[in-house]
Design a protein around this ligand. Sequence first.
Ligand code: SER
Length: 614
Amino acid sequence: MAKTDITADELRDLYLTFFESKGHKIIPGASVIPENDPTVLFTTAGMHPLVPYLMGAMEHPAGTRLTDVQKCVRTGDIDAVGDAAHLTFFEMLGNWSLNDYFKKEAISWSFEFLTTKLGFSPEQLNVTVFRGEGKPGEDGYIPADEEAVAIWKSLGLPDERIFRLPREDNWWGPAGTTGPCGPDTEMFIDTGKPKCGPDCRPGCSCGKYIEIWNDVFMQYLKNEEGKFVPLGRHNVDTGMGVERTVCMMTGAPTVYDTEIFQPIMAKIDELRGAGEAPGSALDAGEVLKARRIIADHMRTATFILCDPKGGVKPGNVGANYVLRRLIRRAVRYARQLGIAEGFTVTLAEVICEKYSHVYPELKANLEQCRLDLEAEEKRFNATLDKGEAMYKKVAEQLKAHGQSQISGKTAFKLYDTFGFPFEMTCEMAAKDGLMVDKEGFEEANRKHQELSRTTSAGAFKAGLQDNSEVVTRLHTATHLLHAALHQVLGPTALQKGSNITAERLRFDFTWPQPMTAEEKAKVEELVNGWIAQGLDVTKKMTTVEEAKKEGAMALFGAKYGDQVSLYTIGDVSKEICCGPHVANTKELGSFKIVKEQSSSAGVRRIKAVIGNLG
Ligand code: SER
């Protein structure tokens, strides 16, 4: 029988002790803010801080068999938080072989731990393995992981519970754009529910099979050309999510119903007191979603603010911006529930209480965390108060005149002058039975950006979006524009100059004649497509030579230092640049060329704008 009353504390202990008994050293988890990796904003997996050792670039002082529990932050799906499963923070248990043991030991120990320590019956276990790619002898061929299959069979797993899946399912890594990676074997527990259909198998989202563990066999390296080459080492990287495992074993309907979240959810309910904000009529689903978002975001924000490495504060760029978004989203949802100011600190205290025996940094850094939360909550609440008051005036006037639509211009004014998020105007209007002219808002936004080129950036200061944030976003937009011009006009459309203000970007490039309407439309379409794809923007430090070898664009004749930052956007753009840039192209909203004109002989000039964040 699986241990149905397990807690996160017990799970951590069971895991670490088990692997210690197999010759592993228990090492402390790393900072959630990466120490030496500028390509990512946060530590996203247990293997991440171990990359130099997995690569063989350094020997780990604790040896070649390691185990730990790692704090991870993944904010790529921040908008999905509020459902039953998505979290922006989680703990990952892991064990590693640094060129020591390989598949046989890793898989056998996984099986032993699941069946003897967690108490699952072998019949509940289903696994997936990598089925291979390409044909022998051809470029890009990677063989199927028959070795893993044979090991599972030797442990008694029948063929029908071993699923051979493609790279989308059974391959892990690299964590950034390049690095160690390899086939994995994922373990799923069959909950006993009926199959949802004939194709139901591990990986199906119906809830019959729940993934519990992932053993990654890091025997390949993804190089800068995007090819998988043998790493020359056989590493093992495994990962088991604490929250998900506790949830599944205890039979809790969602992670928020486990003992892990219980004190946080209970405090939120206590703060809610009698219920929602006056005038807001949330249905049960909306209340649930708001509670989950507040709990998730405050847990993540507290861990970031208390991190021993420190240095991440609510702000407008990179990790700082992610932290600000987390706190501000929590504040918005707390207001919906009628929770009074000061809740961010109260919840941080509860989170600290729950976790500080495992993560002493929470207690050690709580004071600073309190100050940062208090300041950010106050700042954002003041903005929202003003905005809400203005919104109410608008709504009353409309009603008095028997009208039912907030014009785009008015919504834009609320946003631009009072910093009131457009999203909130829409939410409040929906509750008041009013409509909002969304297209009109976009239009007003665009016009404003075109017309106010010369006005100071002061207007932006009122809002969530301040001057430096807009500039950051326009920086990234410039890289996308450059890449799109290369695709549409060809490699001779080269950057001659770039200038960015809070309202627009300006980009000069070599091109002998005016662009056609078709060319301009194609460029806009490409850039907007990349924005919609939500491509990650990563940065790494390298030399100019290395960057050029990777095919990076650099300004001809420009002087660069020994080390340069190389910014990569998905597989669309690579440019040497000082930044700053957004973390993901989604943050740009939309892109539009407002002018294309001559700059000097043989040089064209584009002016372009991006949409505002709602
Ligand atoms: N790195 C792998 C994962 O994140 C296993 O630890 O799933």
